[in-house]
Design a protein around this ligand. Structure first.
Ligand code: GLN
Length: 537
């Protein structure tokens, strides 16, 4: 029988948010997996939403969807892209979920006679959750969202402190990700924010074992010494996490900084296998020194926050890495449909993606962009809402269905070419009720989709309430649209493509959620190839 180790790594963040804790944790998880340890990440988010599905991507970045339909924080996407494996709902825990669980139990009478308190009830519930994977994973890597000192994650950090008392000291390792800013005027790396944030942790009873210091340039030796001394951490465990242009290079930066030594010393790990990341290295090289450059337009309304479309831009990077192409995503804001500049912006791109989205704002601009790609032969990939907009455009401008629309945007449209899925018609609660998660897609032979996937059944991830109205399919088909992918019972269209065009395809699913650095999404690969061809025309 294979022995399971039961170790934990707790990653906290200090000073400010956005330091790339997720990227660091995913890179560390990658190194541990590549060294032969089964590693399972979990992300805790302190907000009181039960899941990320009801948060505007503008606030918190993209909502990521897992196979089992869990709507999660975008960091889960980073773990999947790095580890090249699919996670499940266990890996995403929120404050809202913990309280929901406890209140449910209280109503069931599980705590009869007791007053329910943060300690021990909330903390015990958290510890129980974390330990659920003990029997299947060597190392549970817990990323604590937010910054130390926040009320939102304080009870979670307390739960992890209690967990550290329940296990041996060699079974749990604290890593604190912190900031070491450089004061430009004096050109000096300043350690005070790090000292202060470590003090906050120490005040909570936690002494970090490893510090990952985010800086713009490598930490100097005297700064390392100073941090080690003031923060009570061995100098070899003060890691320089300086800025690098290609984030997929992060595991190599951590190798150079000897992080595996620090972690294995604390956790008493015997690393038998030197991590083999040769393929990873080749891909990083390919993005760092591309042989060709492309610009891909991304038409949407969340363009002020790049994180809102992070899986889409990463999926482009993955395809680019495999084809030796450097891709610059060009965010095209579609909110003002009278803005003629969007067509100009598109004319400087080699292809267009319309990603997923919700609500009326920005729709007409997206439809305009799609019309342009259809008429000019510019490669087009529509993702969920993107496919729905392509159908509206086609209905209006090719099939002559004037003002055709989705009932999401115009409830009383004469031609509801996009309409609610039948299963959605009785849904009133908004949270977690879309058609979510992985479903099979049946692909018709002899189509572009079949050429791309070379299979007749694939599995992809969905997140939608609306679909292409089946009443209009024949009409679209008579004008050259092909519905090349459908649900297993053929009732829901999953892929649509237009054949009088070099590359025009849309999916009801989100292929970007399954694209991994080492295993890019086939449809993104095909799209990038089409963009290359278009550019060289
Ligand atoms: N708003 C559309 C729907 O609910 C598209 C959703 C999406 O793009 N994820 O069907």
């Amino acid at each position: 029988m294979i022995k399971i180790l039961h170790k934990y790594i707790i990653v906290t963040g200090g000073v400010l948010s956005g330091l790339g804790k997720g990227l660091f944790a995913a890179s560390l998880a990658k190194l541990l997996e590549a060294s032969g340890f089964r590693t399972t990440p979990i992300k805790f988010d302190g907000y009181l939403n039960v899941d990320a599905g009801t948060i505007n991507p503008f606030k918190h970045g993209e909502v990521f969807v897992l196979d089992d339909g869990t709507e999660t924080d975008m960091d889960l996407g980073e773990y999947e892209r790095f580890l090249n494996k699919s996670l499940d709902s266990w890996s995403s825990l929120t404050g809202g979920q913990i309280f929901h669980l406890i209140i449910e139990k209280e109503r069931q009478g599980e705590f009869l006679g007791q007053d329910i308190q943060f300690i021990p009830h909330v903390t015990n519930e958290i510890i129980q959750w974390i330990r659920q994977k003990d029997e299947v994973t060597d190392i549970t890597l817990v990323e604590v969202g937010g910054t130390v000192g926040d009320i939102e994650n304080s009870y979670f950090i307390e739960a992890m402190r209690q967990l550290s008392l329940k296990v041996n000291s060699t079974d749990l390792c604290w890593v604190h990700v912190t900031l070491v800013p450089t004061l430009k005027v004096v050109g000096e790396q300043k350690t005070k924010p790090t000292q202060t944030s470590v003090k906050i942790l120490q005040g909570m009873g936690v002494q970090p074992d490893i510090l990952l210091c985010r800086t713009d340039s490598p930490l100097s030796e005297d700064v390392r010494e100073k941090i080690a001394m003031f923060c009570n951490v061995p100098i070899n465990n003060v890691i320089s996490g300086h800025d690098i242009p290609v984030t997929y290079n992060y595991p190599f930066l951590l190798i150079e900084e000897n992080i595996l030594n620090s972690v294995s010393q604390k956790l008493n790990l015997k690393i038998q296998k030197i991590p083999n990341l040769d393929k990873w290295k080749e891909l990083v090289f390919s993005i760092s020194y591309p042989t060709e450059k492309l610009r891909v337009g991304l038409g949407g309304k969340y363009t002020q926050l790049g994180d809102a479309y992070v899986s889409v831009t990463k999926a482009l990077t993955h395809a680019g890495a495999h084809l030796g192409v450097g891709i610059t995503p060009v965010l095209i804001e579609t909110t003002d449909e009278n803005n003629h500049e969007i067509i100009d912006e598109l004319s400087r791109c080699d292809g267009l993606i319309i990603p997923g989205g919700f609500g009326l704002r920005g729709i007409e601009g997206k439809i305009r962009l799609i019309k342009e790609t259809r008429e000019k032969g510019i490669p087009f990939l529509g993702l969920c809402l993107g496919l729905q907009c392509a159908i509206i455009e086609f209905a209006r401008n090719v099939c002559g269905l004037e003002n055709a629309n989705s009932t999401e945007f115009d409830l009383h449209t004469e031609y509801p070419v996009i309409d609610l899925l039948p299963s959605q018609k009785k849904v009133y609660r908004k949270g977690g009720t879309m058609r979510l998660g992985s479903y099979p897609v049946k692909i018709q032979e002899g189509t572009l989709a079949h050429q791309i996937y070379e299979q007749t059944i694939i599995h992809e991830r969905f997140r939608h309430r609306y679909e292409i109205n089946p009443d209009y399919l024949t009409q679209f088909e008579s004008h050259g649209f092909v519905f090349s992918g459908k649900s297993a019972d053929e009732s829901v269209v999953h892929i649509g493509e237009y054949h009088n065009h070099p590359f025009f395809i849309g999916t009801q699913y989100h292929p970007e959620f399954l694209s991994r650095f080492e295993n890019p999404s086939p449809i993104f690969l095909a799209f990038v190839r089409a963009c290359q061809k278009y550019k060289r025309r």
